[in-house]
Design a protein around this ligand. Structure first.
Ligand SMILES: [Zn+2]
Length: 409
């Protein structure tokens, strides 16, 4: 089967990372369906030899994937604090007031837009997941329950709504039709408008062997190089970039219309050089990744098997999509890892897809007194270790699974 690149249309021939067959990572299973069959889909990334965009094939319509999305941003303290700092920064820089218009794409439960609403800056959220959009509306954040793209952007502009600021955090990867989506930005932005985009940086994914961030809902994985090409092909230019520690290492791009004459920040030149040195500008730079992934799996399995042999109990913390990819690729079930816990009541009482690990409330850790706690959302491990510091009273240790198994006493 030869698919084509979702940006430039070239044939996809070079495999970047093959994780076998995996279920949809965000479709948690209800307890009463615990013995029902489950669909698995190939989870393999390709890198386009022409534009170097790393990407996955699309196997089901986004409707089927996102209609029962259970990720609520407000359940991560780190993430909410990150959002507050962002709002302070852009309000300071661009002097938004009650005549401005902010639009956030994939606004989730309104955790970020709430900060604009509090400052009396008109804000509109666009969020396709019905259950999540409803939470935002109830919190006083105007939210449209639709997918973003060219047609919604036109609709909004026709209603007299153009944006001074468009925010797109961690959504670009989820977009099946990149052209339709990015040209929506071009339409929605006022002539002097600014777009900020955050996404996990492919360079950091490769350096940190973060293969568990690969899942079916994540169609594209961007280097700065690939993102810049994508923006340019829709009349947009990147004029600044920041490195962020979120999601294992992200980039925040500052983008505006190509027609505007703006000076480019020095950070852009430095980042281009960094990606060049790391080999991201040629197809050969992508060929060493598969072996790093296989090594990470061997190490994790060795640790879990040793723990079992020595009668040690290992449990998980968190039920993010990452957990599903990690467990499914490594073939780990409740025999090696008893259960996981999550702060989100929407996840508690359900089972992880694939491994069928039960998800409990965090208190379960106090009762079970495990020897090891494997932290699935390693991107917020400091926050989690803080929350779980009580587990040290019986000598529990924390485990971070990648890039290699690390034991934190
Ligand atoms: Zn391409």
């Amino acid at each position: 089967m030869t698919s084509t690149c979702r940006h430039c249309g070239s044939a996809l021939e070079v495999s970047f990372c093959n994780l076998g067959m995996s279920p949809f990572a965000n479709s948690l299973i209800e307890q009463q369906h615990s013995s029902a069959a489950e669909k698995h889909y190939p989870l393999e990334l390709f890198v386009c030899s022409s534009c170097l965009l790393v990407q996955l094939d699309e196997f089901e319509t986004p409707d089927a994937i996102f209609s029962n999305y259970s990720y609520f941003s407000s359940f991560s303290d780190t993430w909410v604090a990150h959002a507050k700092r962002y709002v302070e920064k852009v309000c300071d820089e661009y002097k938004f007031d009650q005549r401005s218009q902010v639009v956030e794409i994939a606004s989730n439960d309104g955790y970020l837009l709430k900060e604009f609403v509090r400052r009396n800056i008109p804000a509109l959220g666009v969020e396709p997941a019905v259950n999540v959009a409803k939470v935002a509306q109830e919190a006083g954040v105007p939210t449209i329950n639709k997918f973003f793209g060219r047609s919604l952007a036109r609709e909004l502009v026709e209603q007299g709504l153009s944006a001074d600021l468009v925010i797109a955090n961690n959504v670009l990867a989820h977009v099946p039709d990149l052209s339709d989506f990015v040209s929506g930005f071009k339409i929605l932005l006022k002539p002097t408008g600014v777009l900020t985009i955050e996404f996990p940086h492919l360079l950091r994914l490769m350096e940190g062997v973060q293969f568990d961030t690969v899942y079916h809902e994540h169609f594209s994985y961007f280097s700065f190089f690939a993102a810049e090409k994508l923006m340019a092909s829709h009349g947009l230019q990147i004029f600044d970039v920041e490195k962020l520690e979120t999601h294992g290492g992200s980039l925040r791009l500052y983008v505006t219309h190509q027609e505007r004459s703006v000076s480019q920040g020095a950070a852009i030149r430095l980042l281009r050089e960094e990606e060049l040195r790391a080999g991201l500008l040629s197809i050969d730079g992508y060929r060493k990744f598969p072996e790093l992934v296989r090594t990470a799996r061997r190490e994790l399995l060795r640790f879990l098997l040793d723990a079992e042999e020595n009668g040690k109990m290992v449990v998980g913390y968190g039920a993010p999509a990452k957990a599903v990819t990690l467990l499914s690729y490594c073939g780990v079930g409740p025999d090696l890892l008893k259960f996981t816990v999550d702060r989100s009541p929407h996840k508690q009482g359900r089972l992880l897809p694939g491994s069928r690990l039960p998800i409990y409330a965090p208190d379960r850790i106090r009762e079970a007194k495990p020897d090891y706690i494997l932290i699935f959302p390693w991107n917020i491990k400091d926050e989690i270790i803080d929350q779980l510091s009580f587990a040290r009273s019986w000598g529990a240790k924390f485990i971070v699974p990648i890039p290699e198994v690390a034991i934190i006493p």
